[in-house]
Design a protein around this ligand. Structure first.
Ligand code: PGA
Length: 239
């Protein structure tokens, strides 16, 4: 696992350069994408590069990590809405090549179909991850199994608290999500983790140098052969 510590802006530029390289080498790359506050500087940089003609998503496909159960894609807090608003509507990607788990049809069969669709697309070339203050990746919360595939996940109280800033009250925060599993994530060929701000410092330290333990789901990434973590000084403070 490689850790690069720099400013948020530099991390976003360096991470965007990885996408530029990948998409230039493999224009039909399969990208695993993430939502939350953390990837926003990267998405702004990708939009800038796309508009400047430095990179194209025209042949790329994307698979997002997760979606809230019960939210339609046009709900402003749904992850489909987020992705359209923050990235897809501003770049040359074909909407039909973008995939976010369906928050309204959350049967085990639909979850399994998501993994199958990823496999049928050739597998994920580059998976983007944020990390929760509790060490979650996607909505794989502490204590969950290592061998999970896409599944319906119960959100921990701390995750609902962390995400309530986007909703009018804690009661409006969904209690479940459909999320890629740990195994889905570990099958990606390469992984980029972004972590910014002091609230992520403990989770980043546990991910990078703690024991590989379900108490910090991100610690499993120590066993993946190609992970790069981009963190600012606050998030890397305890490493
Ligand atoms: P954030 O979420 O980017 O909004 O901090 C990250 C996560 O919970 O994975």
């Amino acid at each position: 696992m490689k850790l690069i510590c720099d400013t948020v802006e530099s991390c976003a530029r360096l991470a965007a350069a990885r996408y530029q390289r990948l998409l230039n080498e493999k224009p039909d790359a399969v990208l695993g994408l993430a939502t939350g506050s953390t990837p926003e500087p990267l998405y702004r940089e990708l939009i800038r590069l796309n508009k400047a003609g430095a990179l194209s998503f025209a042949r790329a496909a994307t698979y997002n990590l997760d979606e809230y159960v019960g939210l339609r894609g046009d709900h402003p807090q749904s992850y489909r809405y987020f992705m359209d608003d923050r990235l897809f509507d501003h770049v040359d990607i074909k909407k039909e090549n973008t995939h976010v788990p369906d928050g309204l049809h959350t049967t085990a069969e639909n979850a399994a179909d998501y993994d199958q669709a990823i496999a049928a697309a050739g597998g994920i070339d580059l998976q983007l991850l944020g990390i929760g203050p509790n060490g979650h990746i996607g909505f794989n919360e502490p204590g969950g199994p290592w061998n999970s595939r896409t599944h319906i996940a119960d959100l921990s109280d701390s995750t609902r608290q962390a995400n309530k800033r986007f909703f009018s009250s804690i009661d409006d925060v969904p209690t479940q999500a459909i999320s890629m599993g740990i195994m889905t994530i570990m099958h990606a060929r390469s992984i980029l983790v972004l972590a910014f701000g002091p609230a992520k410092a403990q989770a980043v330290a546990a991910m990078v140098k703690g024991p590989v333990d379900p108490a910090c789901p991100a610690s499993i990434l120590q066993l993946h052969p190609d992970v790069t973590v981009f963190a600012d000084e606050e998030a890397a403070a305890l490493v």
